[in-house]
Ligand binder design. Sequence first.
Ligand code: COA
Length: 175
Amino acid sequence: MLLRGRLVRLRAIESSDFETWRSWINRPDVMEGMDRAVIATAAQHKRYVETAVADDRAVFLAVETLEAERLSGIVWLWDVDHRHRRAEVRIVIGDPEARGRGFGTDALEALATYAFGTLRLRKLYAYIHASNEASRRAFERAGFALEVTLEREAYRNGCETDVHRMRRFADERHD
Ligand SMILES: CC(C)(COP(=O)(O)OP(=O)(O)OC[C@H]1O[C@@H](n2cnc3c(N)ncnc32)[C@H](O)[C@@H]1OP(=O)(O)O)[C@@H](O)C(=O)NCCC(=O)NCCS
C-alpha cells in the first residue's frame, strides 16, 4: 500500500524499519509523548510489531518524507471497529530532524483520507496528554477537535495529568 500526502508518503512497514522504530520509542521525549514507561528490547519490540502489524484491528504505516525518502515516523490506526466504523489514531515522528516541519500533520491527513475513504470509517479519535502541545497542534491542524478532557486520567512522576480526547468525523468539512 502506498498513500501520498503533500509532504510525506505512507507505506507498509518492513522488517528493516524495526530497529529505527525501536530507537525512537526508547528516547525520553518520545516515551513521554507516547506515555511509554519501559524501554523496549530488540526482542520485545520485534515480537510486539510482528503481532500488532498482523492484527486486523490495526493498520500500521511507515511515514517517509517525499523530500528525503527516508523513514521519519510511524502512524497507525488502532482498535479499528468496522461495526461502529471508528478507530483510534496514534503517531510518532521519531526522526528529530523531521520534527516541526509539518510531516506529522500531513501523515495524519493522509491516514484520515485512507480511513474515511478506503476503510469507510466515520470517526477517528486520539488520546493526547495535556502537556503534549505539539501533538495537540498537529492533530488540530489535521482537522481534529477536542471532544472531551478526561480529568486526572493519567499519573506520572507523582503527578496527575489530564488527557484530551480529540476527534475527527468523516462528514465534517476540513480545509
Ligand atoms: C506529536 C508529533 C507527532 C508531531 O509531529 P510533527 O511533525 O513535529 O508536527 P508538525 O510539524 O506537523 O506540527 C507540530 C505543531 O506543533 C507545534 N510544536 C512543535 N513543538 C512544540 C512544542 N514543544 N510545544 C508546542 N508546540 C509545538 C508546531 O509549531 C506545530 O504547530 P503550528 O503549525 O501551529 O506551528 C511529534 O512531535 C512526535 O512524534 N512526538 C513524540 C511522540 C508523540 O508525542 N506522539 C503523539 C502521541 S498522542
